[in-house]
Design a protein around this ligand. Sequence first.
Ligand code: ATP
Length: 617
Amino acid sequence: MAIRKEEESSIMSVANIIKSFRYWPRIMRLLWATNAKGLVAIMVLNLFHGVSPIIVLILTKNLINAITYSWNTGFNVVLWAFGGLVGFTLLSQLLSLAQSYLESLFKVLLMNRINRLIMEKSISLSLKDFENAGVQDALKLAQNEAGHRPYQIMQQMLALISGVVTLFSAAGILIVFRWWMAFILLIIPFTSFYSFLRIGQQEFLLQFKRIPKMRKAWYYSFLMTNDKNFKEVKLYQLGKYLLGCYNKLFRGFYCEDKHIAKKRLNVGILFQFINLMVNGLMMFVVLRAAFFQEIEIGTVVALTQTITMTQSNSQSLISGILSLCQHNLYLKQLFVFLDLKVKKVVKEKCVDVPAIETIEFKNVSFQYPDNPNYALRHVSFKIKPGETIAIVGRNGSGKTTLIKLLTQLYDEFEGDILINGMSIRSFDQDALRQRMTVVFQDFVQYELNMRHNIGFGHVNRLDSDDVIMEAAKRAGIDSLVEDLPQELDTQIGRLFEQGSQLSGGQWQRVAIARAFMRQADVYILDEPSSMLDPESERDVFEKFRELIHQHIGIFISHRYTSIKYADHIVMMDQGKVIELGSHQELIAKDGVYAYLYNMQLAAYSEGEKEEVQYDVG
Ligand SMILES: Nc1ncnc2c1ncn2[C@@H]1O[C@H](COP(=O)(O)OP(=O)(O)OP(=O)(O)O)[C@@H](O)[C@H]1O
């Protein structure tokens, strides 16, 4: 996904810069789709903006000449010339205000459109792509930089159009006087073009290579400013250290930026000097012509202004083209992100997923992208209708990975998963997911109201208070919801105003209620009891067992006291199923499960004994 090495080096080539203009038709379509009428109006106003300095110049020349010869022509001619200049200046200022009004509105619409495109793309990505560091880099660049570039390109384009109009009309005036002056004034700024282009490319390359570090800097800042991390940062006194890490990165960025800025300054000084010399020469020619009475006083004023205007316009034209080239490089990254391939929905896949009755893992092996080790190896087991399966095992043994494959968050694995005897690959992923409900270990705490927090389990039922309250009841939080100041409509969390904060266990129960919103065939709880007290844990499991009656229940837990009620237990170790059976069977087998179960039991009774001794003492 990230630009490859050879592409990095070719960024510096002029051919690559020219190639980057291929995105322009796309940018134009984007601008057009944002607001076609607004775009046309802005363009027309911009053209007017381009010709208006020349019209003002001609009107000024006329006025001065009218004053010079007024004894001959009468004061009326002066009045008309003056009226014309004032009237046009007024009109031009009014139109310029209208232009900035329209441009500011257009900018808001365009930014919003690009942000929407980025978000739409983001949610269409697979988990595999989303977790890829290269994709994260591109996303960051698209959000930070590329988002506002199309607008700047539009502004620059418009400025260029108006600049070209001004430049050529000014050059026209000069050509009539001395053609070679126009030629020199147009040519000189192009000599600086290549130098500035190189600097612009170097700057882009710098920014591009910096993205991973920028994400790190952002992360340090996030650690210090986010409420979730605040307690630990405070307790371990990490503030100074993290700030130091952030500063170190910032200092590195600053040195690099300073180096580029210095280069730009040196080139700028050199070309400014050349410009001044040329300007002086042109002025000398005009003044000489005036001295020998070859031109009138109004024409002297007009010519000196035209020289300055041509020079500054051709300069800003060059810097405009340069910044367009640079915007193009950034924009390329936006389109690289937007063009990321999303797996196409295969039409033949079965959308009508029948009620899930059996699930069978058949010799499944799986490796995460960029991870050389297998997370699962030759996993096989079957779940029958109405069964509850507990998946147990040490940390990193592959339990959650099983769930990720079953829910199709990753779909490139070896072997097969059979749903009612058919390969999981033959079903439409979204349709299949609708038949399942999951509480993940790292469930989301939505900083929204309680209605959303529970209702997101079945987003079409967000307005059904009864359904939401029923789910809350199943998760044992109905009274918690009723006690909230605005019940379901109470804001939860601390991020926004008037939010009611919940405890860790309460948040977990809310996530469980969310999972209970759906009438699913498969209920999956990944460590649902990690934050629950023993009473709540028993409560949740009882509710879970009631709910999955006739359905399939899968839960992952490290608490063996809850696990023993499952119909079947799958014991995992290093990605493999090492034991399989009911609690009694596995205890009788006296293997790893029995060892871990007895160890936990001993730890519990030891704890209880200590408590008793403590009470007695
Ligand atoms: N997104 C990922 N990318 C690369 N490797 C991963 C990813 N997620 C997990 N792994 C690796 O896969 C292996 C299995 O992880 P998994 O999360 O399935 O373990 P687990 O049994 O659920 O662990 P725990 O009990 O700690 O939750 C681990 O070695 C882990 O490092």
